[in-house]
Write a protein that binds this ligand. Sequence first.
Ligand code: TRP
Length: 458
Amino acid sequence: MQPAGVARRLLRHAAQPLAAQLPKLLSAGGALAVQRPAAGEGHPVSDEELVRGGTASAPAVEFLEHPDLAEIVGDLSRPQKRLPTRLLYDERGSHLFERICETRDYYVTRAELEILSRDLDDIAGFAGAGAGVIEPGAGCGCKTRELLSALEDPRWYAPLDIDPSVLWRCREAIRQALPHLPLVPVCADFTQPWCHAGLPVAERRLLFFPGSTVGNFEPVQAQRLLGRFRDAAGPGGRLILGVDLRKNAATLRRAYDDGEGITASFNLNLLARLNREHGADFDTAAFEHLAVYDKALHRIEMHLRSRRDQWVRIGGCRFHFAAGETIHTESSHKYLPGGMVALAAAAGWQAQKLWMDPQRRFALMGFEAAPRKQPNTEVKEDNMAATKKSSGGRRYGKGAARTVASAMRRRKRGTLKSGPGGKGGTVRSRKQAIAIGLSEARRKGAKVPPKKAGGGSK
Ligand code: TRP
């Protein structure tokens, strides 16, 4: 078993700029397990050759050319090895994932379908008439078919998927079920910015994000993702979000390590994929699937554990695996409904609806795009309040508020001086600090009401 503390050290699967990785990759004898081919296993390569891409007899360093490989090598170089989660979903991976959804132990899909069929009318009502439906990470679009056929006068359906073969199948399936619905398939990685400006018009846009994919992101990243969805939805847009709820650890572990071993194949396929696509030499039989629940972080973690001490080559590098050492491949965070309400609110979504299965294992949540805040409203509130209070509730322009706030900060630090050119003593009084802030603002030409006789500020 992986010690629980490891989970807390895990960093996110974000792509790093290659430049940031190079020193690490190329430093000879560094603490990391990245190594050039050992003597006898290839021609010794100078760092310069590595940068240039190798020589005729030495392996070229492909990671300089293939962005995935750069990320893979970087991820395997960490103290807790990891691999980019999105690589789980190649054609075989997507197929295996569909089979996971049919297993007895993976309750997520069944619970969600239960909600969809029981509350379909209410859900469709929430979506409203004339919606254009966007589905990031659409997969085969099975769940969406149900929803689309219940919607009133849907204008179009835009499935987004990173895998073109999946997108193709999705298109065929939707065409058969709903031949008159315009389809706008988009081949894109929804975790990256993608172009939604070109989508056709609709009464409003509906983002449909079922599954529990939102749980596969760290909360901070989930918030960023929901913020992107908010941008894509536009004013008046809606979001229907699938959220897997917190429950006992045993149920969760079983769901992510099913008795039929399909989840294990799904996870191990990642290594097979690296062998196929990037010339790695993982012995897939020497790794095993592992699902651990981290109670503190409320997440299931998927790992691949090395069954023995071994070395693996990829991208011109060698990585050492101690027996029992793991590669972290995916996390699935579990939420309370209230937690997701708060997270989505921070991303610009107002919670409107909550649908759950009778056993409360899973939730579909309905959100509406919150009106955009006025720009320039983020004046430091406590300082603004001080300005208002001490000056009899008068409102100043933003420029004045800023210089007053700055004077207040200097007062707190004890660096605000009174008198011409700051030659006087240290200012202690709030009133005096405000007055200095205002006169600074006046000097800079900011909007400040003229001083009044007997007024609040001097
Ligand atoms: N979105 C799914 C989830 O978190 C993904 C998933 C299910 C998964 N089972 C898995 C990912 C096993 C990796 C391994 O529930």
